[in-house]
Design a protein around this ligand. Structure first.
Ligand code: F6P
Length: 466
């Protein structure tokens, strides 16, 4: 189970942890381990060295595991009441802070900061306090704590009050809104967010652009960043893991199935996303339809492989978006499909092995978010692509700062421009594609997850100025 209270030397706190539990029919619990940058990053330290990951119990299986005292070494799950968690996660984090930082609100209906929002904000404070108290109880004297993301922006300030001896960091995996957009939050809430974050010794962002936006918000609404240091750490792809995993038998099997769905000899435009508004999947489909209209020569010679995995389905706006993606894909297939050609191959059931199969087969990768903290798909596809892959990349993705030179850049709102970019990518000579893929791979793997995490830790615990 979790390490002894008060003994952890390095702590990470995030809403979603590295493991989740499901209750089987026979009542036993099945543990499923997750992936991602933080999991690889923290594994560079591990529980034996006093590392502890504090996270939420999400769903019935996790709650049951907490009740039965079942858990993994180095992980402590907090059983926060389901209503409080829902208010904080669905209500504030994913309906307000996510929308602010990704600039997703659509007037005149949104945003609405009413009494219900205030009630949810109180739950968000309770949820953040539960994390701060758990971290305060688990951390050894002078330990380092790195809090993750927009779910937990109040934790640094709360933890600073409880444990002034700790070295506290916070890392944002999202963009940060510019002051003109951030100021739509009620003044007291905007200040609470910034002051909560400024309770940290050091704040990390994925790109300089998001770090500068945060600094600008602090200058506009909180009298500056004070003594808090700010750093940029652009998380890269985990090349060793991806290359190994992408050549396992289940991925090979899925490549065969996917190749059959695409049709022999056809080119594949691949996208893989959580189905989420900032990913801009609908405009991607519109651009593909535009390509088929503008360039009839591509009909029957290309397929758009779109994997749109469900995300945050408790919220109607995310469910509606999934439905819109499905509706539009079906419409394009009705409009252009033939007896042996399905123009859009859409899958919505999450399957990591099939995603890797698609990465390997891709001729073109389409990554066109409206705004994105980084976007790891843009970094992962070049690493595992079998034959080199042209990358069509939104200039609003954090990854564009590192990959822009060798990508085909798009304005994510411009449907005609994106269709044009898809055509350019499809017609890119194979030799150029291979050369660009090599350079993209180098840039994408420059900061592997373990190093990304260690750099932050060193900067937090080392001398001031880092
Ligand atoms: O991009 C921010 C982020 O928190 C990522 O770190 C994470 O992969 C993603 O959102 C997952 O969101 P959720 O936990 O809501 O599924």
């Amino acid at each position: 189970m979790a390490s002894t209270s008060g003994a952890a030397q390095v702590l990470v706190a995030s809403n979603r942890g590295p493991v989740s539990y499901q209750v089987r029919d026979d009542g036993s619990l099945h543990a499923k381990r997750g992936g991602g940058g933080l999991v690889s990053g923290l594994s560079a330290i591990g529980p034996d060295a006093g590392a502890l990951w504090v996270c939420s119990a999400l769903g019935d299986g996790d709650r049951e595991a907490v009740r039965r005292g079942i858990g993994e070494d180095g992980v402590r799950m907090l059983d926060i009441p389901a209503e409080v968690h829902s208010d904080a996660y669905n209500g504030i984090a994913n309906s307000v802070l996510w929308f602010v930082h990704h600039m997703l609100y659509q007037t005149p209906l949104e945003p609405v900061f009413d009494a219900e929002f205030r009630r949810q904000w109180a739950s968000y404070e309770t949820y953040n306090r539960a994390f701060a108290e758990a971290l305060a109880a688990e951390a050894a004297e002078g330990a380092a704590v790195i809090v993750q993301d927009y779910h937990l922006v109040l934790v640094p300030g709360m933890l600073r009050e409880l444990r002034p001896d700790l070295r506290i960091g916070h890392f944002s995996h999202t963009p940060w809104a510019p002051p003109e957009y951030f100021r739509m939050l009620p003044d007291d809430i905007a200040r609470a967010v910034l002051r909560g974050m400024l309770g940290a010794d050091r704040l990390g962002f994925l790109t300089r652009r998001w770090a500068d936006a945060f600094t600008a918000c602090c200058e506009a609404f909180a009298g500056g960043v004070g003594d808090t240091r700010i750093g940029v750490h652009g998380l890269g792809a985990d090349a060793d893991f991806l290359r190994r995993r992408a050549h396992e038998a289940d991925v090979e099997e899925r490549m065969t199935a996917l190749r059959a769905e695409i049709g022999e000899g056809r080119k594949a435009i691949v996208r893989v996303d959580r189905t989420e508004l900032s990913k801009n999947i609908v405009r991607g489909l519109l651009a593909y339809r535009q390509l088929l209209a503008d360039h009839p020569e591509w009909r029957e010679r290309v397929a758009h492989v779109a994997f749109a995995y469900p995300s945050r389905q408790d919220l109607a706006v995310y469910r509606d978006y999934t439905a819109e993606v499905q509706r539009l894909a079906a419409e394009i297939n009705d409009e252009y499909g033939t007896a042996d050609w399905t123009p859009v191959v859409l899958h919505v059931k999450d399957d990591f092995a099939r995603s890797l199969a698609a990465y390997r087969l891709a001729d073109v990768a389409l990554v066109n978010p409206i705004r994105d903290g980084m976007n790891l798909v843009a970094k992962e596809v070049p690493v595992v692509s079998d034959q080199g892959c042209a990358l069509v990349l939104s200039r609003e993705a954090g990854a564009h700062e590192e990959l822009g030179e060798d990508a085909v850049t798009v304005n994510p709102y411009d449907i005609v421009g994106t269709a044009d970019a898809l055509h350019r990518a499809l017609t890119m000579p194979l030799s150029e594609r291979a050369e660009r893929t090599k350079r993209l791979t180098d840039a994408a793997t420059a900061l592997p997850p373990a190093q990304w995490f260690l750099d932050q830790l060193t900067a937090l615990t080392g001398q001031r100025g880092g």
